[in-house]
Design a binder for this molecule. Structure first.
Ligand code: ZN
Length: 511
């Protein structure tokens, strides 16, 4: 039965350029959203940019721009990158938009009115790059930011505090009642560990900076960038503005995030929701770090790779395939260019690309280029049996956020289709029913593969779809029409099959 699926990526801090780490989050989120659209779920994919804070104000100053001019430029890099990587977001939220300011003010006012804010003096070690205070024991050698390994500054200011300390028990109770809220389990334990370790009130406003959302009950203050940013997830679905829309998508959200922002998302954010009288988000999918040859990708280090440049070299589909296939969502992964090329050549060029080329060639020689229909699903029609298993495994894998397993299963069908061709050798058979059966089954396997890969490789899936003579796109239910069904026996036969250029030309690591 079709359901509903709302997925958010983190919103990215605009001072940082899009890199492989943010592409990793966004592409995996996009693949999940595309899968849910494919199976008929009403789906909403949200991404965007986080644009306030001291770092942006300082960067704008250095450039001789207003902060707004600066973030307009830097935000557009994300819009352009995600478009280039075929990300199908339904909305792109910017925290400098009026809708977001209004929503943050409403949400924070509710927390204030509910009695969970007080004014106090705050001082501590502050990392400008993180826009965060650190307790002294967390600093490296007592003076360096644990993330940036650069000196922190001692700041003192009068702030509004959110009374997070009152939410230890409510959060533990909430998580107790929602045992599946955080995927994977190890991250749930980490979040519970933070809560059980004791929560302190947190300083939530600044007077030292102007570039932020104004505190509605005390206009000398703006909200600290992290807190305003979290609210984007409800701004975008009409919090305080459109109750019907809001309750349609909330709280059944899936927040996709990296493991380094668990504290913000799985502790602060649900506590703020409880304080504001909003149900906490129902699901978190926490992914690991993508390492580049063993080192964590970082905004202040130089090992950034522009994902759009990489996509231009290897192909957008190939890059997306690697980002979903290489690492189980939740685990850490190591990214190497050599690994990307090796997997591309074996899975895409040799297996899937070859299957299509082979089928199209033999359809050309034995059937005059017109693809025959498959045999009906039956015991003994091997590909129909394997396809049914693979489709079921894909459904199960995506439901567990295991896109890599779905692709692995899909490639079992690709391998099986190649193996069947080798077993039946239709190129040696005379034109006629036996050759037609072998080729029709292979074409039906290709149709199903096109659908199963479409969440990850929308471009290649569409190309495969049209090469076997189908119209529309495999992931557009309307356009794919009667042929867009995840069941055996739908390929109609009688369609023109086109061989064309290699779907995935072989690559070398030098290119
Ligand atoms: Zn830092």
């Amino acid at each position: 039965m079709p359901g509903r699926f709302f997925l958010t990526t983190p919103i990215y801090y605009v001072n940082d350029a899009p890199h492989l780490g943010t592409a990793y989050s966004t592409v995996n989120g996009d693949a999940l959203a595309r899968w849910h659209r494919l199976i008929g779920d009403e789906t909403w994919l949200l991404t965007g940019t986080d644009e306030h804070g001291l770092k942006n104000a300082r960067a704008a100053e250095q450039q001789g721009l207003t902060p707004q001019e600066w973030v307009d430029r830097t935000s557009s890099r994300y819009v352009d990158s995600w478009a280039a990587l075929e990300v199908s977001n339904d909305d792109f939220i910017r925290t400098t938009e009026p809708r977001h300011h209004l929503s943050v003010q409403r949400f924070m006012q509710a927390i204030h009115d509910n009695g969970y804010m007080h004014k106090g003096l705050y001082e501590g070690w502050y990392c400008v790059s993180c826009e965060a205070y650190y307790p002294e024991p967390d600093l490296i050698e007592g003076r360096l930011c644990p993330v940036h390994e650069r000196p922190v500054e001692w700041l003192t200011e009068e702030n509004w505090f959110f009374e997070l300390s009152r939410f230890e028990q409510p959060l533990l109770e909430w998580y107790d009642g929602h045992p599946d809220a955080i995927f994977p389990d190890s991250r749930r334990n980490e979040a519970l560990g933070i809560i059980k370790g004791g929560l302190q009130d947190i300083s939530i406003t600044r007077t030292s900076i102007d570039w932020g959302v104004r505190v509605p009950w005390d206009e000398a203050h703006v909200f600290y960038v992290w807190y305003d940013a979290l609210v984007n997830y409800i701004t975008a679905i009409g919090y305080g503005e459109d109750e019907n829309r809001f309750s349609k998508w909330w709280p059944a959200v899936h927040h996709l995030l990296g493991k380094d922002i668990i504290r913000f998302h799985c502790v602060w954010w649900p506590a703020m929701c409880l304080a504001a009288g909003v149900e906490p988000p129902a699901h978190y999918i926490v992914h690991g770090w993508l390492l580049v040859s063993g080192e964590k990708m970082s905004k202040t280090r130089l090992n950034q790779i522009d994902p759009v440049d990489l996509g231009a070299v290897i192909g957008v589909d190939a890059l997306r395939y690697h980002l979903v296939r290489e690492v189980a969502l939740g685990a850490d992964g190591d990214f190497t260019y050599e690994g990307l090329v090796a997997r591309y050549n074996s899975d895409l060029a040799n297996n899937l690309g070859n299957l299509l080329a082979r089928v199209a060639t033999v359809v050309g020689s034995k059937c005059g280029g017109i693809g025959p229909a498959p045999r009906p699903a039956a015991p003994g029609v091997r590909l129909s049996e394997i396809a049914a298993e693979v489709i079921a495994e894909c459904r199960d894998a995506w439901a567990r956020f295991a896109g890599h397993e779905a692709l692995e299963a899909t490639w079992r069908l690709v391998h099986a289709a190649n193996a069947e061709l080798e077993a039946t050798e239709p190129w040696k058979l005379p034109a006629g029913p036996q050759a037609d059966a072998a080729l029709g089954d292979a074409l039906e396997a290709l149709r199903i593969v096109a659908m199963l890969i479409s969440p990850v490789m929308p471009g290649a899936a569409g190309e495969l779809w049209s090469r076997i003579g189908l119209t529309g796109h495999p992931d557009e239910p309307g356009a794919a029409g009667e042929h867009g069904s995840l069941e055996w026996g739908v390929y109609p036969g009688g369609l023109t099959v086109v061989k064309g250029a290699a779907l995935f030309p072989r690559r070398t690591s030098e290119s």
